[in-house]
Design a protein around this ligand. Structure first.
Ligand code: GLU
Length: 510
């Protein structure tokens, strides 16, 4: 790169950020960091009708949670602010005027009713009305009216918009870092509105002006903006500005592969589509978020990175730093990538089993408090909880799962799995278990190794099948036929508790 890379994520604060938005932010972030560049957050809030008050904070919180914070943006001025378009609104008009003066834009006075009439009229004839070269010479605008007439209308307070004058009969060559070269016939373009009658710029004008003023070098955004690329390139040309390079990211598709993953899909399909839970202030409706569902942000980010990109190797687990190193915008695919909720869980599981037992133990504490009350001593018991975690985390996806996998490390079983009892607690079992509890009571070393050796020796000496002892013992200690190695359980809950549990079971099941 010959000049400093500056990229931007430019969401419109119309609601919570969908995971597709986070993916766009992530790819911008990775690209910026890879090239020692700057990642800018710009809030595109020119459409006051769709503005949602808590959306901007949500976007910032989501980027922070995802660990991909912006370098410049609202509250972090890097000399290119303000970063909210609503705070820049006075600067756009002059750029619209500049285009009018150079003949690249014109004023259009057509009323909503007139345009509606043309649309219907065309439709009746089986055609589509497009405001462009085809009919702009017949409509009510500064191309057809004399300058006196235009002046008079403005003085009379007639409402007008500023439209871009698309060039005629030209084949425009567009370049995209992902899609390569694309050719487009300018005759199919419509003369998009750049400036609205309410005095606000449209997305197109504000976006190009800001990218220019903020010295954005690469525009990385979703595929839904590809149809706007021709207009944007033409705008740069009309201003005589150097255009940035563009990359349009592939869509994220529904798990079925049919259609784009939408904000509404999450609730229907049973997985979150938002990074953080979101409360709609108007309706009170709450949408689930990855954070609240118990996902680690690094697992979430790793999963997102693979939606549209892959390193071309077998490696799937990437820390953020590794992603920065491996990421290559040219390796992003063109076709949409299916969202896979199961794969997302897989990433989560992989991250969980790789985190330290202590870290997971700390995350487990709120769940323990929920089930046990605050009766236990966090400081004192952290070592115990950590040991428990080391025995059961292999089977967990979320910290919350640890309760189901290991509640018996914290509470004595009150009941026993009926089916398992029927099958394994036979005549004679109670006597056998009583004998076993006596043997356990006498041990002077209760380490797992020792318990294991003694248990095996004891069973062998009795010349009975292992299952005859192991299953009832498991039922006694756990209440069901699940859990890690019995000797490990016995060691952790301790000698006294082990003996007590066996005797409890004998009492209840005899
Ligand atoms: N404000 C647009 C959006 O909401 C930005 C599109 C772009 O990146 O150019 O996605």
């Amino acid at each position: 790169m010959d000049h400093k890379v500056r990229v931007r994520f430019a969401p419109s604060p119309t609601g919570p950020l969908h995971i597709g938005g986070v993916r766009t932010a992530l790819f911008n972030y990775l690209f910026a960091k890879k090239h020692q560049g700057t990642f800018v957050l710009r809030i595109e809030d020119t459409d006051q009708n769709r503005y949602v008050a808590n959306a901007e904070q949500y976007i910032i919180d989501a980027l922070n949670w995802s660990n991909i914070p912006f370098d410049e943006g609202p509250g972090k001025d890097g000399g290119y602010g303000p970063y909210r378009q609503s705070e820049r609104k006075d600067l756009y008009r002059k750029y619209a005027d500049q285009l009018i003066a150079s003949g690249n834009a014109y004023l259009a006075f057509d009323t909503a009713e007139e345009l509606e009439f043309h649309r219907n009229d065309h439709q009746e004839k089986g055609k589509t009305f497009i405001y462009n070269w085809h009919n702009r010479e017949k409509l009510c605008n500064s191309l057809t009216l004399s300058s006196d007439e235009v002046q008079k209308k403005i003085e009379d307070g007639e409402k007008y918009v500023v439209r871009f004058k698309s060039p005629v009969n030209e084949t425009l060559v567009l370049n995209d870092m992902i899609r390569g070269e694309m050719k487009i016939d300018t005759n199919i373009l419509d003369d998009k509105i750049l400036f609205k009658s309410d005095g606000m710029p449209t997305y197109h004008l504000a976006n190009i002006v800001d990218d220019h003023l903020m010295e954005i070098t690469h525009v990385i955004r979703g595929e839904e903006w590809l149809p706007s690329l021709a207009l944007h390139v033409l705008l740069y040309r009309a201003f005589d500005w150097k255009a940035p390079e563009f990359a349009h990211l592939p869509l994220i598709l529904k798990p079925t592969g049919k259609g784009k993953l939408s904000k509404r899909d999450g609730d229907k399909l049973g997985f979150p589509v938002f990074p953080l839970a979101y409360t709609n202030e108007e309706s009170g409706e709450v949408s689930r978020g990855y954070r609240e569902d118990g996902y680690f942000s690094d697992a979430f980010i790793n999963m997102l990175a693979f939606l549209g990109w892959n390193p071309g190797t077998e490696q799937e687990l990437f820390s953020l730093d590794e992603l920065i190193k491996a990421f290559d915008i040219e390796k992003v695919g063109k076709s949409g990538s299916k969202f896979d909720a199961e794969k997302t869980k897989w990433f989560q599981h992989q991250y969980l089993i790789r985190k330290s037992d202590l870290e997971i133990a700390k995350l487990f504490i709120p769940t323990l408090e929920k089930h046990l009350g605050t009766s236990f001593d966090k400081e004192l018991d952290l070592e115990y909880i950590t040991k428990v975690v080391s025995l059961i985390k292999e089977r967990a996806t979320f910290a919350d799962d640890l309760w189901d996998l290991g509640s018996f490390f914290f509470v004595t079983p009150e009941s026993y799995d009926e089916k398992a009892v029927k099958k394994n607690w036979k005549e004679g079992t109670s006597d056998l278990m009583t004998e076993l509890s006596n043997m356990f009571e006498k041990l002077t070393d209760f380490s797992s190794n020792h318990v294991e050796t003694e248990l095996k020796a004891w069973i062998s000496a009795k010349e009975i099948g292992f299952g005859k002892v192991m299953q009832p013992l498991r039922l006694s200690l756990v209440g069901a036929l699940k859990g890690p190695q019995l000797a490990d359980i016995a060691n952790l809950i301790g000698q006294e508790e082990t003996v007590r549990r066996i005797r409890n079971a004998v009492e209840k099941l005899s």
